[in-house]
Design a protein around this ligand. Structure first.
Ligand SMILES: Nc1ncnc2c1ncn2[C@@H]1O[C@H](COP(=O)(O)OP(=O)(O)O)[C@@H](O)[C@H]1O
Ligand SMILES: [Mg+2]
Length: 250
């Protein structure tokens, strides 16, 4: 489970006089056994939120817990319980898919034997047999995402955070990723996914937190969001939730 309490974050970009407010009072929760979507346009603050939750950057105010561990005071345990798929996750091009995952297995303190077993089962689960022993240099976006996901899952994390995981994936790869995330959800994992694509979120997520300009505008089930905004589809609901009239930009 993930809980974020009133997160605020400002950046001071070089050459800019006024600080840039990336997040203001962001609160939401993501439960075990559910896929929660953080939905918002580019620049809304999704990656900043996820990076705070993963313990990579600190908020100016507020706090968060992951599986009960405090992100600020106990980042070590947060990293242990969490699998994180960053936006445009880089792989080591000279290493094979297996070697990329093995590197992370060792970083997480798995034994050699356990790492090998774990990789075997991930290669099967994520259907990577055809390319598991090739260097990742030249991999398709779908193949890269699978390796990055395998890497994020290597230490059997209870909670999984994925930053725009379907970016650059074709239809079949996207469907495949959805199937994998649903399986993990059904096994009881807590999954938090960010996206700027409404259709993506409406197909995948059980609950949605709508974020815009650094603030959470609404958090509810998909149905709840449609009911509360009196709309039929998530795109219109999104526009209403962030405070525009539904005809805006239609
Ligand atoms: N390291 C940084 N330095 C300066 N500004 C940043 C930094 N990271 C993010 N921002 C700014 O914070 C805002 C939110 O960014 P981000 O969280 O990446 O949005 P999203 O992931 O929703 O597209 C944007 O205005 C972005 O330019
Ligand atoms: Mg982002």
């Amino acid at each position: 489970m993930i809980e974020a309490f009133q997160l605020s974050k400002t950046f001071k970009p070089k050459g800019r006089k006024t600080p840039l407010v990336a997040l203001q009072d962001v609160s939401f929760a993501a439960q075990d056994g559910q896929i929660t979507g953080l939905l918002g346009p580019n620049g809304a603050g999704k990656s900043t939120t996820l990076r705070i939750l993963a313990g990579l950057i600190r908020p100016n105010e507020g706090g968060a817990t992951v599986d009960g561990y405090d992100v600020l005071s106990d980042p070590h345990n947060v990293r242990r319980t969490l699998g994180f798929l960053p936006h445009n996750a880089g792989l080591y091009p000279r290493l094979t898919a297996r070697e990329n995952m093995a590197y992370y297995g060792r970083l997480y303190g798995l034994t050699r034997g356990d790492t090998r077993q774990r990789i075997d089962s991930l290669v099967e689960q994520l259907d990577m047999q055809a390319f598991a022993d090739r260097r990742t240099d030249g991999f398709s976006q779908g193949q890269r995402t699978k390796v990055a996901l395998g890497r994020a899952l290597i230490h059997r994390p209870r909670t999984l955070i994925l930053d725009e995981p379907t970016n650059g994936l074709d239809v079949m790869a996207t469907r495949n990723l959805r199937r994998i995330l649903r399986e993990l959800r059904d096994a009881g994992h807590c999954i938090l996914v960010s996206s700027h694509i409404m259709q993506e979120v409406s197909r995948l997520c059980d609950r949605v937190a709508i974020i815009s300009e650094g603030r959470v505008a609404m958090t509810d089930s998909l149905e709840g969001i449609l009911t509360r905004t009196k709309q039929q589809d998530l795109e219109d609901a999104f526009v209403v939730a962030i405070g525009e009239s539904p005809e805006a930009f239609a």
